[in-house]
Design a protein around this ligand. Structure first.
Ligand code: LLP
Length: 423
C-alpha cells in the first residue's frame, strides 16, 4: 500500500499533485511520501512489538537525512556499510546505540570512527577483519561489540547480483567455521562477541529461504551458548521483497510472525535490517518525455531521466512500472516502446519493450517504486547533475535535497598548475 494515486486523472502523492512539485523543482525528481514511509515502518515493526527488538533501516536503500530522521523518530536505528553512512546517520541524529555496521571491506579508519562513536555492533564478515577490529579497539582501550555475519549457504532465489547468502558469495564467514571463530573472538581483548548475524539477499519473494537461514542461526546459537559465548543479539538481516510487477512477496506481518515463531524462545534481542520494504514503494521518480522516435522495428520514448538517475533497470534488468502523471482524457492510445534516457549507452533504459500509454513530448511520467536503491545508487555519469528529492507530507511538500548544479559537478577537481600553463 502506498500513497500515490490518481485523483481526477492526475497523479498525486498524498494530497499534492506530482505536477505541482515538478513545476517548482523540475525533472528528473524523486518524490517520497512520508505517510507511506511511516506506515511501512509501523507495519514492519508490529509483529515484534512484544519482544525486545530494533529495526535498523538498511540506509544504503535511501540515505537522505530527512528520511533517516523519519525512521529515527519512530524509534528506528540503521544498518550502515561505510564511514560515509555512519557520518550521515549521526548527522541525521540517530543514536549510535542503534547503529549496526555490516560490510566485507571495513577499513581501519572506518572502524576507528565507529569505535569512537561507540556503535551498537559490528557485523564482522571475516577472520582478518576480526583481527584488525581487535587491534583498533585494543589500541583505544575499548571492546568492540561484535556479531559474526555467517553465510548459511541458503539460496535466496533472487537476482544473482543481490544474492548474498550462498557459499559462492563474498559475504559472511562460512557457517562451518563460525563456531571456531567465535571461540577465537571470545578470547580477544578488544572484542566482545554479543551477536549473531546473517543476511541472505535482497528482493526475496518467498518465506522459505528466510526461515531456513534463521533455523540455521538457531542451531548455531545453541552451540555458542553451550560453548559459553553469551549471544544477546540476533540480527536476521533484511531482504524482504516488494511488488514491482507480478511478484507477490510475503506480507511483512507474515514474515514477522514466521521469524518470531522461530526465535521467540531464544532470549535474544532481535535486530532486523530492512531496506527496500520500508522505502521502495514510498518513492517515485518523475521524468519528462523529451522526444519520441521510431526505428524500423522499435519505438523509443526518450525521457530526461537516465541510468545515472535510476540504475536498477540497466544493472539488474529490473522492472519498474511507468505511468502517466496526467491520464489521457479520452481513450488511451497504447504503444510498445523502450523508455530510454539521454545517456550515450544502449544499456541506458528505464524499460524495454514496454506496453504503455503512448505519451507525447512534454508529458510527465512517473517511474514507480523508485524509493529504494533509486537516488542512493545515482551517479553523475555523462556529467549529469543528480536529481532533487522532495518529501510530501499530506498537503505539504519539502525539498529534502537540492538538485545538483554544474558547479557541484566539478567540486574537488584540480587542473595541476603545470598543465594549466602548458600550451
Ligand atoms: N542488510 C545487509 C547487510 C545488506 O547488504 C542489505 C542489502 C540489506 C540489509 C537490505 O536489504 P533489503 O531489505 O533492501 O533487501 N541495489 C540492489 C539491492 C542491493 C541490496 C544490497 N544489500 C537493488 O537495487 O535491487
Amino acid at each position: 500500500m502506498h500513497h500515490f494515486s490518481y485523483k481526477n486523472g492526475e497523479l498525486y502523492c498524498e494530497q499534492v499533485p506530482v505536477r505541482r512539485i515538478v513545476e517548482e523543482f523540475g525533472t528528473p525528481i524523486f518524490i517520497y511520501s512520508r505517510g507511506t514511509l511511516e506506515r511501512h515502518f509501523k507495519i514492519f515493526e508490529e509483529p515484534f512489538s512484544n519482544v525486545p527488538h530494533l529495526i535498523c533501516f538498511s540506509m544504503k536503500a535511501c540515505s537522505n537525512l530527512a528520511i533517516l530522521r523519519i525512521f529515527s523518530n519512530l524509534g528506528g536505528g540503521v544498518d550502515i556499510v561505510s564511514g560515509g553512512e555512519l557520518f550521515r546517520a549521526l548527522r541525521a541524529g540517530i543514536s549510535s546505540q542503534k547503529i549496526v555496521y555490516s560490510g566485507v571491506g571495513k577499513k581501519a579508519a572506518e572502524m576507528d570512527l565507529a569505535l569512537d562513536a561507540d556503535i551498537l555492533m559490528f557485523n564482522v564478515e571475516s577472520e582478518e577483519e576480526l583481527q584488525l577490529l581487535n587491534q583498533r579497539a585494543s589500541a583505544k582501550g575499548k571492546k568492540a561489540r561484535v556479531a559474526l555475519r555467517v553465510n548459511p549457504n541458503v539460496d535466496p532465489l533472487t537476482h544473482p547480483y543481490i544474492s548474498t547468502g550462498l557459499k559462492s558469495n563474498k559475504f559472511g564467514v562460512p557457517i562451518e567455521q563460525a563456531l571456531d571463530i567465535y571461540m577465537q573472538a571470545d578470547r580477544l581483548e578488544g572484542i566482545d562477541p554479543v551477536g549473531l548475524d546473517c543476511h541472505i539477499g535482497s528482493q526475496l519473494t518467498e518465506l522459505a529461504p528466510f526461515l531456513e537461514a534463521v533455523s540455521i542461526l538457531r542451531k548455531l546459537l545453541r552451540k555458542l551458548r553451550d560453548g559459553g559465548v553469551e549471544i544477546r543479539y540476533l540480527d536476521v538481516g533484511g531482504g524482504l521483497g516488494i511488488p514491482y510487477d507480478q511478484e507477490t512477496p510475503p506480507a511483512p506481518g507474515d514474515y514477522g510472525a514466521a521469524v518470531l515463531d522461530l526465535v521467540s524462545d531464544m532470549s535474544v534481542s532481535l535486530i532486523m535490517e530492512p531496506g527496500r520494504v520500508l522505502v521502495g514503494n514510498a518513492g517515485i521518480m518523475a521524468t519528462q518525455v523529451l522526444y519520441k522516435k521510431q526505428s524500423s522495428d522499435k519505438n523509443f520514448v526518450i525521457v530526461d531521466a537516465a541510468m545515472n538517475d535510476l540504475m536498477r533497470p540497466s544493472l539488474y534488468k529490473a522492472y519498474h512500472s511507468i505511468i502517466k502523471v496526467a491520464k489521457d482524457d479520452g481513450p488511451t492510445r497504447k504503444i510498445v516502446a523502450d523508455v530510454v534516457g539521454p545517456i550515450c549507452e544502449s544499456g541506458d533504459f528505464l524499460a524495454r519493450s514496454r506496453e504503455m500509454d503512448d505519451p507525447d513530448p512534454g508529458e510527465l511520467l512517473a517511474v514507480m517504486s523508485s524509493g529504494a536503491y533509486g537516488f542512493s545508487m545515482s551517479s553523475n555519469y555523462n556529467s549529469r547533475p543528480r536529481s532533487a528529492e522532495v518529501l510530501v507530507d499530506q498537503s505539504n511538500y519539502y525539498l529534502i535535497r537540492q538538485r545538483e548544479n554544474y558547479e557541484d559537478l566539478i567540486r574537488g577537481e584540480i587542473i595541476p598548475g603545470y598543465i594549466l600553463e602548458a600550451k
